[in-house]
Write a protein that binds this ligand. Structure first.
Ligand code: TYD
Ligand code: MG
Length: 465
């Protein structure tokens, strides 16, 4: 059978969700009907006989040259902590976060920190102008001589700058705004983002330079495009926080050169991001102890225990289906806890709107906050505050039982450190450290009673505060 040999590369589009291919771009994938999932890819036709010459030699593992994988500190303490020491030469790190959260600020500080140690750092800005970035660096007092700045959007030109500057660390801000002019899709599209990242990953490997890519994340958590980058890069950091709060949390979602257990805590100040040494104290600084509907819980974020305040508020609902709104915890978890409260502890919120928030813009998916949420709601129902020096921690089961959670000792130690003298915990919890007394309960009803929310020696508040 005769076949026509094609030599020109052709372009096709592939769905990033279902993998279906199509020769022309469409807004909606013909395979799975998802919108905006088609990404451009360049396909070189291959025949079975073609062998690509190897670009490297396979070697017995003992003969493979050893590479320097020691991290180089950036001097930004909280960032280095999350990175298990710093940026590893030849590695690629993606920093994702919502626009305005402080990614550019963080990485400018990190690049300056690297440069301050004499290693050359290149900051490529593809969003702001170079004078704009210079202005910010001046305000941050982050202008060491070894910090170089380039304003560039063409990925090929970014690589040319690497030839010129020969930095040990390069920051590309952002990966969505650099593009490859050889591809026809628009800058910021999935195909562009992936192709540019791919080229930068290759440069990182071949030059042994640490590459940091900034990626914008949309409100619903999806990296606009960079989702597809997560497997390309070595490390994925997520920079979070409420833009309206000064607090910022930095986590490693993936890290090939260390653990993902650390949490970095920053505060956005007038002169850039400052590391927070005592996050628990910061989270609790605006608390009004004894207010009805407020309960403090020691959560564990990364490996770090943090005391946060859970708040609940109720109001008579004008709606046939009252609102259940949460901030910082999952809505579904609140629904479950309200059902358990009603069925197992006789606490009803029927006909009332319920709001539950974790103060300070903290988000947690830990079951360990169940008890605090349930107590906060009960406290809001009864209008009675819990004693000010109480923390509560435990998972609540569907039968209303209190279940053990991990690392209670560390959580209670953190509570004791901040002057909380009582810890309301599941029956089989370990003994608390000195200075903290354990109040044990087997179920939710018992915990509500122990917290003094029914009749006990709690602080009664009229008008709170
Ligand atoms: P930026 O780093 O530009 O965010 P991103 O790159 O994630 O979009 O920071 C944005 C916000 O940070 C901006 O609203 C101003 C604020 N900010 C400060 O409060 N203090 C500072 O020193 C700096 C540089 C920024
Ligand atoms: Mg920015």
């Amino acid at each position: 059978m005769a076949t026509t040999k094609k030599t020109r590369s052709r372009t096709q589009f592939r769905c990033t969700t279902c993998g279906a291919g199509t020769p022309v771009w469409a807004g909606r994938c013909p395979g799975c009907d998802e919108w905006n999932t088609l990404a451009e890819e360049s396909v070189l036709p291959r025949t079975a006989e073609v062998r690509t010459p190897p670009t490297s030699r396979a070697l017995p593992i003992g003969e493979v040259p050893d590479r320097d994988v020691r991290p180089g500190a950036t001097g930004v303490g909280e960032l280095d902590r999350v990175l298990s020491g710093g940026l590893v030469p030849g590695s690629v790190t993606l920093v994702g976060g919502e626009p305005g959260i402080g990614k550019s600020t963080l990485l400018l500080q990190a690049a300056a920190g690297v440069a301050a140690t004499g290693r050359r750092a290149l900051y490529v800005t593809a969003e702001e102008s170079a004078p704009q970035v210079r202005g910010r660096a001046a305000r941050l007092d982050a202008m060491p001589d070894a910090l170089w700045l380039a304003s560039e959007t063409d990925v090929g030109a970014v690589i040319a700058h690497l030839d010129d500057v020969e930095p040990s660390v390069v920051v590309v801000d952002s990966i969505q705004t650099v593009h490859d002019p050889d591809l026809s899709s628009a800058p910021g599209s999935v195909g562009q983002v992936r192709a540019c990242a791919h080229r930068l990953v290759e440069e990182a490997r071949s030059r042994n330079v640490a590459v940091v890519l900034v990626g914008h994340v949309t409100k619903d958590g999806g990296l606009a495009g960079p989702r597809v980058l997560e497997h390309l890069v070595d490390t994925v950091l997520s920079f979070e926080g409420d833009r309206h709060h000064a607090l910022r949390l930095l986590r490693a979602v993936k890290h090939r050169h260390g653990g993902t257990g650390e949490l970095g805590v920053f505060e956005m100040t007038g002169t850039g991001l400052a590391g927070v040494d005592d996050p628990s104290a910061l989270f609790l600084s605006d608390r009004r102890p004894g207010t009805a509907g407020s309960v403090v819980v020691p959560i564990l974020d990364g490996g770090r225990p943090l005391l946060v305040e859970v708040q609940a508020l109720l109001a008579d609902s004008p709606l046939p289906t009252p609102r259940r709104q949460t901030q910082g915890i999952e809505g579904g978890r609140l629904g479950m806890l309200l059902a358990v409260l009603e069925q197992r502890a006789g606490v009803s919120v029927a006909g009332q709107d319920v709001w539950v928030t974790v103060a300070g813009g903290v988000k947690t998916a830990e079951p360990a906050v169940d008890l605090a949420v349930a107590l906060a709601v009960t406290s809001a129902v009864t209008g009675t505050g819990v004693v000010p020096d109480l923390v509560a921690c435990g998972e609540v089961g569907l039968a209303g039982e209190l279940r053990q959670v991990g690392h209670l000792e560390r959580r209670m130690a953190e509570a004791a450190r901040l002057g909380f003298g009582r810890a309301l915990v599941p029956e089989r919890a370990p003994d608390p450290p000195a200075g903290c007394r354990a109040m044990r309960a087997t179920d939710l009803a018992g915990a509500i009673d122990a917290a003094g929310l029914l009749d006990g020696p709690s602080v009664r508040l009229a008008g709170a505060g």
